[in-house]
Design a protein around this ligand. Structure first.
Ligand code: PLP
Length: 452
């Protein structure tokens, strides 16, 4: 029986990533407030936010400083844009800060409102810049199976998940998907992580050869794949992939939308994984998601090519009304200040071994085929049979069952295919990590009798 609010919700809100047909029976979990790593539903029941919202609310709830940064900026200048040679202090200061933090030769930041917009911008920049460089045939972008890069037309094409393509008439014809670097699921019998990485690099090389190297412009990768099921690449993966890209002059785009700003214990996941990207997309933890803001960080050579195009065309014809919105930029700046002042990276490094140890202990659970992760993100992969790695019948929605049981236990986690993913706020304490995994453990134990 739905509550009044649930019934109104089901009647009027078109929900993203939801089984729309099932929602009117199940009803939404309606949240009202948050405090630290906890959120509370309208009945006052607390939950550990084991997903930091959508991999984004790094500082947890109730940070007055962020509220103040927003209200101060709203009072001073609630809106200003960056079009036609206009600017404002929060955007300038944030671009400077991103340039300072980013590894490599970052030159400038282009602001967007979401990860999808950032990755759409990446695609457009690749095309535009290759036209500027006089190689209009070099346009294809290689992503990977199970990658998640967003849902707008170009970024959904980069995403390597069937649900984002089926019946949406995607992907775009310029996009290809290389093999997924998930050792547990895709390695051959007896293949080591290093051998698997070598094979993936050889397959990428063959794919670029088959497409024609002069037609392949870019390769996009999350350092650790998030919404595809938290997939940590096999050892030596990027070490082997990058020389292939260099050989064919294919640029590397790092999608740092989840990994950026401390998730893996470094400012950027690229550093943690040994990636040397040409450009990066950042979002989510950039503002701890108190307000939407994202950015594409570009190096000098792209900036110079864009300048040359402006000389030719007269304008860089791309931008959003809310690119670098002053209130969002002010909140992002304050977020980055808090990360530094409170040494959030140091905290992540301190608690992540405990997080990983508790997570990986689920590898012994009868329902879990693999417990994997890195830093403060992880997943447990559910299997009907551990020895053969046989998954549950998809129609049983095993991961969704575990997520529903976890919710009863006061924990929010997320089902992704057969995986249950966990990605708490970066500020989570060891004690809260214990509470999180105790609750997940109870949910898994209860699911075991359901599965039997
Ligand atoms: N890239 C990655 C790695 C993501 O995880 C996401 C969202 O989860 C996106 C891009 C898309 O971001 P948004 O939902 O803000 O458009």
């Amino acid at each position: 029986m739905l509550s009044n609010l649930q019934a109104r919700d089901a009647a009027t809100v078109l929900h993203p990533y939801t089984n729309l047909a099932a929602l009117p029976q199940q009803g939404s979990l309606i949240l009202e407030r948050g405090d630290g790593v906890f959120v509370y539903d309208v009945e006052g029941k607390p939950y550990i936010e084991g997903m930091a919202g959508l991999w984004c609310n790094a500082l947890g709830h109730g940070r007055e400083e962020l509220v103040e940064a927003a209200s101060e900026q709203m009072r001073r200048l609630p809106f200003a844009h960056l079009f036609t040679g206009k600017s404002h202090d929060p955007a300038i200061a944030l671009a400077e800060k991103l340039k300072e933090l980013a590894p490599g030769n970052a030159a400038k930041a282009f602001f967007c409102n979401s990860g999808s917009e950032a990755n759409d911008t990446q695609v457009k920049l690749v095309w535009y810049v290759n036209n500027a460089l006089g190689r209009p045939q070099k346009k294809k972008i290689i992503s990977r199976i199970k990658a998640y890069h967003g849902v707008t037309v170009a970024s959904a094409s980069l995403t390597g998940l069937p649900n984002n393509h089926i019946d949406f008439d995607l992907p775009l014809p310029q996009v290809r998907h290389a093999g997924c670097p998930h050792h547990y699921r895709f390695a051959l019998e007896g293949e080591t992580e290093e051998e698997f990485a070598s094979r993936l690099a050889a397959e990428l090389d063959a794919m670029i050869q088959a497409e024609g190297p002069d037609t392949v412009a870019a390769f996009i990768a999350e350092p650790v794949m998030g919404a595809g099921g938290v997939i940590v690449p096999p050892r030596t993966y990027f070490e082997k992939i990058q020389p292939v890209l260099e050989k064919y002059d294919v640029m590397l785009i790092a999608d740092e939308v989840i990994c950026g700003f401390g998730r893996l214990g470094e400012w950027f996941g690229s550093t943690a994984l040994g990636m040397k990207p040409d450009t990066m997309s950042v979002a989510k933890q950039l503002s701890s998601s108190y307000l939407p803001i994202a950015a594409v960080i570009i190096p000098n050579w792209i900036d110079e090519a864009l300048n040359r195009q402006s000389e030719k065309i007269g304008v860089f014809g791309h931008g959003f009304t809310y690119s670098g919105h002053p209130v969002a930029a002010a909140v992002a700046l304050k977020t980055l200040e808090i990360y530094e002042r409170e040494n959030i990276l140091g905290h992540v490094r301190e608690v992540m071994p405990h997080f990983q140890q508790r997570l990986r202990a689920f590898g012994d659970h009868p329902m879990v085929g693999e417990a994997r992760g890195m830093g403060l993100v992880g997943a447990v992969d559910l299997v009907a049979d551990k020895a053969s790695k046989r998954p549950f019948d998809a129609k049983r929605f095993a991961a969704a069952k575990v997520v529903a049981l976890a919710q009863e236990e006061g924990l929010i986690v997320r089902a992704i295919g057969d995986a249950v993913s966990i990605c708490p706020p970066l500020v989570i304490t060891e004690e809260e990590i214990d509470q999180l995994f105790d609750r997940l453990g109870r949910a898994l134990d209860r699911a075991e009798s359901w599965a039997a």
